[in-house]
Design a protein around this ligand. Sequence first.
Ligand SMILES: Nc1ncnc2c1ncn2[C@@H]1O[C@H](COP(=O)(O)OP(=O)(O)OP(=O)(O)O)[C@@H](O)[C@H]1O
Length: 307
Amino acid sequence: MNEYVLRTQQLTKRYKTQSALDRVDMTVRKGTIYGFIGQNGAGKSTLMKLVTGLAFPTSGSIELFGATGGAELNLARKRMGVAIENPALYPQLTAAENLEAHRLQQGIPGKESLKRTLDLIGLSGTGRKKTKNFSLGMKQRLALGVALLGEPEFLILDEPTNGLDPMGVVEMRELLTRLNREMGITILISSHILSELHLLATHYGIIHKGKLLEELTSRELQERCRQFIHIKVNVPERAAAVLERELATTEFEVTADGVIRLYAHLDRPADVSSALVAGGLALEQFMPMGEDLESYFASRIGGGEHA
Ligand SMILES: Nc1ncnc2c1ncn2[C@@H]1O[C@H](COP(=O)(O)OP(=O)(O)OP(=O)(O)O)[C@@H](O)[C@H]1O
């Protein structure tokens, strides 16, 4: 899919001497869920504020639905729903009353959007319960509801899973997945925890100290975090033949230095080593390896320190 919802070019924001965003080229394609990952202070909120018009760039450009500036860009912003930082929820009001207050503030016609939105965010059963008595997960979903009132094509969500318990994270993930798959809404979502966006995001951008270090698809991330058994033997070609013949697998690769990475039989390491030894091979190294998501993230931003 090559239609862009958002593209930034060399987008830069400086606060006095502090550089919050440094020449960021970001691309969000239509229909995707873009996970924007970075530690606290990395620049995630700053980018979102620039895109939504809550702050102005020092330099660089923003293209939203093909619009690049002035009135055209402001018009394009109307196709966007936004939840950045703490949402302005009124604690004394119910979920429906909160939505109604925001509907009026945003000038969205028609009350019918209230019921539809409440159903969508799973809060239609909360009746007279005041928002102050909601769980954090419910408050986050209500904030999402506010962003959904204007039936946006593009949602920008700043850390909507922040502070949620694992169940809350799953609920938010399911809801966002539904919005994306069933309603075709493109989503830009930030988090400082990569694994929270796992199973949700289709694309990732990793930001560190204001610089976008990398953009990659979830498939590329999966490949990079793939688990394998690292095998070093005296005769790699014979080991390859043993794996194919005795363990009926071709899911391995032999690296240039003769190390085998076996991606299958990860749950049966004893069977693998026995087969190799029975094939007359001497095992020099044999260990499970691979990065998990968080260590991949740490290795990327660790590298960024020296960039
Ligand atoms: N209004 C401001 N004035 C001065 N510096 C700011 C301002 N807003 C942000 N910054 C600085 O810009 C940098 C990026 O901040 P930003 O809020 O974008 O990070 P973030 O990735 O969203 O992190 P967090 O999750 O903590 O919000 C930080 O160093 C921050 O201190």
